[in-house]
Design a protein. Structure first.
Length: 145
């Protein structure tokens, strides 16, 4: 994206797609206070494929219908120590995947973790926003209307 390109204006809550993972209409929390993006996953396991480390995990894309499960696979991009909102530090696997917001899409890095105690399954942090977004915290779902 060039320096002069207009930025998307988003609210504190939005709906996104993660097309590489087969996820659509995932409600996310847009959080300028968080550096990294994170995604709630279950049954996380590491395996080898083509001589590279991969991850397999389950996602419940609709927080209200937990019986719907999508099993995903992604190349392990990194392992990072992340400090969560409660101040505790943990090692997390990192994947790189496409994020689609509105009509725009770009690659982002997402840490995989247990967010079952949070209201939203995904948090979009500053690194994932890149230089593409402006956040209006008083609004929600600006790209869905």
């Amino acid at each position: 994206m060039s320096v002069d390109a207009p930025k998307l204006i988003v609210g504190s809550l939005e709906t996104c797609d993660l097309p590489d993972l087969g996820i659509s209409d995932l409600e996310i929390r847009v959080d300028t206070g968080a550096k990294t993006s994170s995604l709630h996953v279950d049954n996380l396991s590491k395996f080898q494929k083509g001589g590279r480390p991969w991850l397999r995990f389950d996602i419940h894309p609709d927080a209200y219908q937990t019986k719907k499960v999508i099993t995903c696979e992604a190349i392990l991009h990194d392992l990072r120590r992340i400090k969560s909102s409660n101040g505790e530090s943990e090692q997390r696997y990192v994947i790189q995947t496409k994020l689609k917001l509105g009509t725009d899409q770009w690659p982002i890095q997402i840490t995989l973790t247990d967010r079952s105690d949070m209201s939203y399954l995904m948090l979009l942090g500053r690194e994932g926003m890149s230089d593409r977004l402006l956040v209006d915290p008083s609004k929600t779902f600006l790209l869905s209307t």
